[in-house]
Design a protein around this ligand. Structure first.
Ligand code: FES
Length: 193
């Protein structure tokens, strides 16, 4: 087995066997119980916090914020280096068509380039895209470079949530306000420390 394949396999094993944080497994995507605010605060859209330091490289998790899933991906150096390969396939590589809170800050679209933080709601009709980090041919894309595939109607997004051209979803997955204090990620709040 080639070295690259081994690395990808390890990522897959990590995804299916480890939660990484104290959360509840949710299909292939661990759904993390963040440091829960009260039910009342949650209903009001309170920020959620979690420690992302225990995430494996290449792993994706999700948390609920305002009753909606938010995906968090911890990137490998390799996957970040290959982001440019996706650009010719993307409909809006620079997020010009949406409100992008951290536009231009880094290629990961977040406050910390090692992580991406974006909505887990497909911008077509609201299904949950699934994470396929492997770089290998897929039934939906023979030159798949890793990313998200929506099983409902076939929309594709790269590993930082940018939508492909020619798919039903018309815009990139939305980035919520967030901030990092060391390894503590807060979703739903962004202020200077
Ligand atoms: S809801 Fe995702 S492609 Fe239609």
């Amino acid at each position: 087995m080639q070295e690259k394949d081994k690395t990808r396999r390890k990522v897959l094993i990590g995804l299916t066997s480890a939660v990484g944080l104290s959360g509840i497994p949710f299909a292939a995507t661990p759904f993390i119980a963040a440091w829960n605010p009260s039910a009342k605060a949650k209903a009001a859209g309170a920020a959620v916090k979690l420690d992302v330091s225990k995430m494996q490289f290449g792993q994706q998790i999700q948390v609920a914020w305002r009753k909606q899933p938010v995906f968090i991906v911890r990137h490998t150096k390799e996957s970040l280096a290959s982001l440019d390969l996706s650009v010719p396939k993307l409909a809006d590589p620079n997020s010009d068509l949406i409100e992008e809170p951290y536009k231009g800050l880094n290629p990961s679209r977040s406050k910390n380039p090692e992580y991406s933080v974006f909505s887990g709601v497909c911008t077509h009709l609201g299904c949950a895209p699934k994470y396929f980090p492997e770089v290998e041919p897929k039934p939906w894309d023979a030159t798949w470079n890793g990313g998200f595939f929506c099983p409902c109607h076939g929309s594709m997004f790269d590993i930082v949530g940018r939508v492909f051209k020619g798919v039903p979803a018309s815009t990139n997955l939305l980035v919520p306000p967030h901030m990092f204090d060391g390894s503590i990620l807060t979703i739903g709040e962004d202020r200077e420390l």
